[in-house]
Design a protein around this ligand. Structure first.
Ligand SMILES: [Zn+2]
Length: 464
């Protein structure tokens, strides 16, 4: 049997431009092709030139977050014979996300950032026919065809939780079962149920985002939701508004679902709820796919809930908080020139207003100084010319779409792989998870994937 090799073109030792390749010398696939969230232009791309395998038959997409999808149009340009295969729900989301990315690059280029956009709308139109949605839990060849008795490697997509359309990939590579988790959540969220993965694999390639976050192990979604409801209620009843910075894909829909539930139960007083324009396009897909992809509460339709896209006039109004409201706004990390940035800027010095963070914020993001602050602190950030005292209420609520550390360990134990390869996490997360897994599965080989360095899968370890 030929050995299968793994090579990380991005997303090793970090949460970056995720892209990994698998090949056996004759046949190859790539998994995901993201853009690095903190870099721009060509530097944000995975390192395609490092690839040492044959031309890949396909690029398999695990889900539509920017750090997994954003570089796909560039990969399709470099590999003219390649198609991009994904779940049917991801196929519905991808155009919205990629058009948004193209628009952003164009806007920045016009503003004179000195970088050529990586792709434009015309190229995206060329890409759509090479992007194909596949049924879940059905075996396909690496080309995305139904296997016809030939003994070629196959794969199937298995629901990964995380966000709508997210999948892990279960390979049968000449008898070697290789499972790549992609981003995953084990627990149910409000709308997206937890992962449904195979019982066993020989090689497990696993994301490690929360690998060094043991405090999440005791986390409970219901308790956290109640805490958020109570905090919103207190602010609204005192005449203030709540700003919830949230990513457009996944977090926004989960937050809207929660807020709708709060309102129905009377846990928060009636008030306008606003969200961003990109969120609306994604809400439509969440609604359209509610019987197509694994979904909880398929009867819940985002488009029917009482919430509206934030009118641009309100964002520019003298006082956007005149009427107590809830704003679920991008960007989640409060990046410059986004609605969440503009609103936080205007709420920061007002004690009756509140900013509630519901996700992670990178230390290099524009909003990080606010994210890391407490009320009463004086901070410097891009939203104000000089030092500013934070007078609004600040709080953090954990609603991660990633598996907790304890879930990752339990998942590995249940699948009993002979070889575990850890990807997609900070060095601290990867190392912490590696040492725990080595203790818990003494017979398994547990490796951390290194950038660009080929690794033979299945017990033998590093290639030369
Ligand atoms: Zn993701």
């Amino acid at each position: 049997m030929m050995s299968v090799q793994l090579q990380m073109l991005g997303g090793a030792l970090e949460v970056g431009a995720n892209c990994l390749g698998l090949h056996d010398g004759r046949r190859a696939v790539w998994l995901d092709c993201g853009l690095h969230p903190k870099r721009e232009g060509k530097e944000a791309l995975p390192d395609f030139d490092a690839w040492q395998g044959p031309a890949p038959s396909s690029l398999l997409l695990t889900h539509c977050h920017h750090d997994h999808l954003g570089g796909v149009p560039v990969a399709l340009k470099r590999q003219p014979g390649m198609r991009c295969l994904m779940s049917e729900a991801s196929r519905l989301i991808a155009p919205t996300m990629l058009r948004n990315a193209a628009q952003l690059m164009k806007r920045r280029a016009l503003a004179g950032d000195g970088r050529e956009p990586l792709y434009d709308f015309a190229w995206l139109d060329e890409c759509w026919r090479r992007m194909v949605g596949l049924e879940l839990e059905t075996r396909f060849t690496l080309h995305g065809q139904i296997p016809r008795g030939t003994r070629s490697p196959t794969f199937r997509l298995q629901p990964a939780g995380h966000i709508l359309g997210a999948c892990g990939v279960d390979f049968d590579w000449d008898g070697l079962r290789i499972f790549c988790t992609g981003d995953l959540s084990v627990l149910d969220q409000g709308l997206v149920p937890g992962c449904d993965f195979p019982r066993h694999c020989d090689v497990l390639i696993m994301e490690s985002t929360l690998g060094a976050t043991p405090e999440m192990d005791a986390w409970d979604r219901e308790t956290e939701a109640e805490r958020l409801a109570a905090a919103c209620r207190a602010v609204l009843l005192a005449g203030g508004s709540v700003i919830i910075p949230a990513f457009a894909l996944g977090r926004t829909q989960e937050m809207l679902f929660l807020l709708d539930d709060f309102r129905r139960r009377g846990a928060i007083p009636p008030c306008p709820i606003y969200f961003g324009g990109l969120g609306r396009a994604i809400n439509e897909v969440y609604d359209a796919a509610r019987f197509l992809a694994p979904r909880l509460h398929p009867g819940f339709v985002l488009d029917r809930m009482e919430a509206t896209v934030l009118p641009p006039a309100l964002l520019e109004a003298e006082d956007p908080f005149e009427k107590p409201s809830i704003f679920v706004m991008t960007s989640g990390m409060v990046q410059r020139d986004t609605p969440s940035f503009r609103l936080v800027q205007r709420a920061l010095e007002r004690p009756e207003q509140a900013v509630f963070f519901v996700g992670y914020c990178d230390w290099e993001a524009d909003g990080y100084p606010v994210w890391a602050a407490r009320t009463g602190n004086t901070i410097r950030w891009r939203g104000h010319a000089g030092p500013v005292e934070v007078k609004c209420r600040l709080d953090h609520f954990r609603f991660s779409g990633h598996a907790r550390r304890t879930d990752l360990v339990a998942l590995t134990e249940s699948m009993q792989p002979a070889h575990v390869v850890l990807v997609h996490g900070s060095p601290a997360a990867l190392e912490s998870l590696q040492s725990t897994l080595r203790e818990r599965l003494p017979a398994a080989q547990v490796d951390i994937a290194w950038p660009r360095r080929p690794m033979v899968l299945g017990r033998t370890g590093m290639a030369s």
